[in-house]
Design a binder for this molecule. Sequence first.
Ligand code: ZN
Ligand code: ZN
Length: 410
Amino acid sequence: MSLSSYQQKLAEIAVAIGVNLQPGQKLVINAPAECMEFARAVAKAAFEHGAGDVSVKYSDEQVARMRYDHASTETLTKVPAWHIDRLKTMVDDGDAVISIHAEDPDIMAGVDAEKVKAAAVAFSKAAMPFHDAIINNRIRWCVIAVPTVGWAKKVFPNLSDADAVSALWDAIIKASRVDNNNPVACWHAHNDTFNAKSDFLNSHQFKAFHYKSANGTDLKVGMPDNYIFTGGSEAAEDGVVFFPNIPTEEVFSAPHKDKVNGTLVSSHPLVYNGQLIDGFSFTFKDGHVTDFHADIGEDALKSLVASTEGSDQLGEIALVPYHSPISEMNILFYNTLFDENASCHFALGSAYPTCIKGGTEMDENALKSAGLNVSATHVDFMVGTEDLSITGIMADGTEIPVFQNGDWSI
Ligand code: ZN
Ligand code: ZN
């Protein structure tokens, strides 16, 4: 099966808009083995765009699963030096990185959650310098998604393998805004909207946001001084603009980690380390989760909140209109890249240092004292509802509606 013209366009947009590959620059592609044909299309687009070199690292989730079944926790938590060297070399050489996400959400079903968590925490700690380079935009990177059978069947369980893959392709192409003749122009227009919303939020420098929804959400989220909302494109350290996520619908910043109070109720299920968590809520006091509940997966929620330093505090505040292409498809993608872009969300765990003025020059302690959460984890969860209202509260007490009935009101 050869790729359709829209699929080719997704490969091209990842190179031209996603990482904004520069002449002579090297590109690294991280791809599931099943997505080899698409990875080749990305490599071809990169060379046509003047890439100095392209390398592909294939992964295999079936082998990853075997390792969890057979290797010891001790082995799984030892991250080999070559792995870290590879990440370090990419950063040192200023490579661009395109990562293709296509996990089967059930691939780790039945694996000891503690084992998965231990390995994930060990890996994030060992890869911290790379993680730092990513969250500080020291290199240009882009995450996109293409279907695999395992993932597509999870999203469309009643369709045949081939039909499920084709239905998921259609949804990805629509969500990624490449279902038109000029995706590049379309992405530039999309970016203008992000800039207008971000400029409004940044120029007002709200002290806090008040979230209210009929589902029980009643939360005050304090903001750090000199916060920066951003969305769509970002500027890398070298000043070159790129889009870290395709698709993207969110305008986001970092909340003040110690100034969150009230009740926050989820609007969508969350898949954490392969486990489904649904119907969940948190109580926050002075920034920390002091109580939580889940109708489904309460143990997984407990392990998320207690997983590591900072995992019981918020690190991201993201605004997404209830009416957007992803949200209107009304599909649960079981993939954060899509699901987080379907709804207003928060993340437990690390904040992006780019979300505060001068943040990329701050060390861990400076970030913390500015109010930003520092953590080895970052897990998004959705809170956007059709009736969600978000009110911005200014230093003098003036209140400005930012969201009404689930959509932007600015
Ligand atoms: Zn987000
Ligand atoms: Zn996030």
